[in-house]
Design a protein around this ligand. Structure first.
Ligand code: AHM
Ligand code: MG
Length: 336
């Protein structure tokens, strides 16, 4: 049997060879992200066994303050990256302000935006959760990074991906050259290439949304979901409803099987719930490089000019034809 075992580092080094000007920076960046993912994954996996869940402010057996897992993940990512000299600034969904690199460390040419543990409210139930990350290039003039570096549109992303802590831990990312998936093998401590060049089906048969919000939705969104539930052999309807309530898990399933995920704006929250910079943009980059699409119902997610690091956006993401249908309904250009 000829089995090619490829680690993340090896994979990036190999792909770099196709780009003569590449500096090699990405291989270290991805390796550092993979390292942080291993530490977070270790804690997530033992979350049911030890007292690491949701007890901010209490004290563990060592007399240390026990932190919530999402705060733990936040600090692991920062501490794995702050001293590497690769980043000039970071921003996390868990922190109000941008995160500067400590003065004692060098700054590099990249910007890291991350949601350390998305869907963490699911963790007590053993449901898959994830880390979402994205990387921009520095655009500001000074020595250290600034808010300007963080407020770039998704079209300018250099790389993006996510880690899913599920039945196994997987890291999926793109640097603009295909979407690749790596599965963690705990016996050797490495992420190994398990899916290269992931392509999402042009059309799926799954819709994923919190339908409990139906009463708040605008007519266009309601009409779309009603449409998906009607029987029609030609268009493979009705679609199946699948909603975990953990974005990375819902997104990952739909990426592989095809389908559409929607967290629309509604009458009470016109901008929906999800965050443009930490959730929507990175997943939009991944899905587009896998042949899918992402929209806010008015425009392509990655073309939105951000004005605030924590801003929310409606998100319709997944198979290209399904996203197109959803947008046409949401804009009330279609009713059936
Ligand atoms: P979080 O960043 O506080 O974890 O919230 C994001 C999560 C996503 O993982 C998921 O898609 C969404 O919230 C679910 O929201 P709802 O419970 O409203 O359906
Ligand atoms: Mg989140």
């Amino acid at each position: 049997m000829s089995l090619k075992l490829v680690t993340i580092e090896r994979h990036i080094l190999e792909t770099q060879k196709q780009f003569p000007g590449a500096t090699g920076a990405f291989s270290s960046l991805m390796y550092d992200i993979a390292f942080a993912a291993k530490i977070i994954g270790r804690e997530v996996n033992k979350a049911g066994l030890v007292d690491v869940l949701g007890y901010t402010g209490s004290t563990n057996v060592h007399g240390e303050e026990v932190r919530k897992l999402d705060e733990f993940a936040d600090s692991v990512i920062f501490r794995a990256m702050d001293h590497t000299g690769r980043f000039c600034v970071m921003a996390s969904e868990e922190q109000e302000d941008i995160i500067s690199i400590p003065e004692k460390y060098d700054c590099g040419n990249y910007v890291l935006m991350y949601d350390p543990l998305d869907g963490s409210s699911n963790i007590d139930a053993n449901v898959s959760i994830g880390t979402i990350f994205s990387i921009y290039r520095k655009v500001s003039k000074g020595d250290r990074g600034t808010l300007e570096d963080c407020l770039q549109p998704g079209v300018d992303l250099a790389a993006a991906g996510y880690v899913i802590y599920g039945s196994s831990t997987m890291l999926v990312f793109t640097t603009g050259n295909g979407v690749h998936g790596f599965t963690y093998d705990p016996s050797v401590g490495e992420f190994l290439l398990s899916q290269s060049n992931i392509q999402t089906p042009k059309r799926g048969r799954i819709y994923s949304t919190n339908e409990g919000n139906y009463c708040r939705w605008k007519n266009g969104t309601r009409n779309y979901i009603d449409y998906l539930k009607k029987v029609d052999k030609e268009t493979n309807r009705p679609y199946s409803a699948r909603y975990i309530g953990s974005l990375v898990a819902d997104f990952h399933r739909n990426l592989l099987y095809g389908g559409v995920f929607l967290y629309p704006g509604d009458k009470e929250n016109p901008e929906g719930k999800l965050r443009l910079m930490y959730e929507a943009n990175p997943l939009a980059m991944v899905v587009e490089h896998a042949g899918g699409a992402a929209s806010d119902g008015r425009q392509r997610i990655r073309e939105k000019q951000p004005h605030e690091i924590h801003q929310r956006t409606p998100l319709i993401i997944g198979s290209k034809l399904d996203v197109e249908d959803a947008v046409a309904f949401i804009q009330e250009k279609r009713r059936e």
